[in-house]
Design a protein around this ligand. Structure first.
Ligand SMILES: [Zn+2]
Length: 177
C-alpha cells in the first residue's frame, strides 16, 4: 500500500522538524557564537541550478555586477545603489530574478551596504563558509544560480539577530506600493 510505504519518510520529516526545533531552542539560550555555528550548518544542495559560462553572464551583467556576483567581489560602501533605499518592495537576484529580500526586513546597519535581518525565503539563499582574507565568514549565495550576494553575520537586530550584509550590485529592486 502506498500509505504504508510513505510512513518511514514521514517519520524522518518529523524527526528533522524536532531536531530543527531543538537546535533553534538551543540557539535562543546560547550566545551568538553558537548561533554563528548554526548559520554555517545551513548548507543545502542547489535545487534547480542555473549553470552559465562567464561569457554568458558578461552579456547580461554590467562589469561590476559580474565581478560581485560571479567573482565574489565586494562593491564600495556608501556608494552603491540600495544602501540608503527606504522604498517598499522586493529585492530580486540580478542574475536569475529569484526574490531574495523584502524591504520589510531591511534595516539601517550603518555599514553602507543594504542590510536585512532575514531572507524572504530561506530556500532561495544558501550559506557557505568563507575563509578568505584570513577571516572566517559566512558567504550568502543565491540558491538558484549561485550568485555571490554578500555575507551573513550574527550581530543583527531582533527578531533574528542576523545581519545579511548584501551587495547592491547583486540585487534588483522593484518597488511595490
Ligand atoms: Zn540568482
Amino acid at each position: 500500500m502506498g500509505h504504508h510505504n510513505s510512513y518511514p519518510m514521514k517519520t524522518l520529516i518529523n524527526l528533522t522538524l524536532i531536531l530543527t526545533m531543538l537546535s533553534m531552542m538551543a540557539c535562543a539560550q546560547k550566545g551568538n557564537k553558537e548561533q554563528a555555528n548554526s548559520i554555517k550548518q545551513n548548507n543545502k544542495t542547489m535545487s534547480d541550478s542555473i549553470i552559465k559560462s562567464d561569457e554568458d553572464w558578461k552579456k547580461q551583467l554590467t562589469p561590476e555586477q559580474f565581478d560581485v556576483t560571479r567573482k565574489k567581489g565586494t562593491e564600495r560602501a556608501f556608494s552603491n545603489k540600495y544602501w540608503d533605499n527606504h522604498k517598499q518592495g522586493t529585492y530580486y537576484c540580478i542574475c536569475c530574478g529569484k526574490p531574495l529580500f523584502s524591504s520589510k526586513t531591511k534595516f539601517d546597519s550603518g555599514t553602507g551596504w543594504p542590510s536585512f535581518f532575514a531572507p524572504l525565503d530561506s530556500n532561495n539563499v544558501k550559506n557557505n563558509v568563507d575563509k578568505t582574507y584570513g577571516m572566517e565568514r559566512v558567504e550568502v549565495v543565491c540558491n538558484h544560480c549561485g550568485a555571490h550576494l554578500g555575507h551573513v553575520f550574527d550581530d543583527g537586530p531582533e527578531p533574528t539577530h542576523l545581519r545579511y550584509c548584501m551587495n547592491s550590485a547583486s540585487l534588483d529592486f522593484k518597488e511595490e506600493k
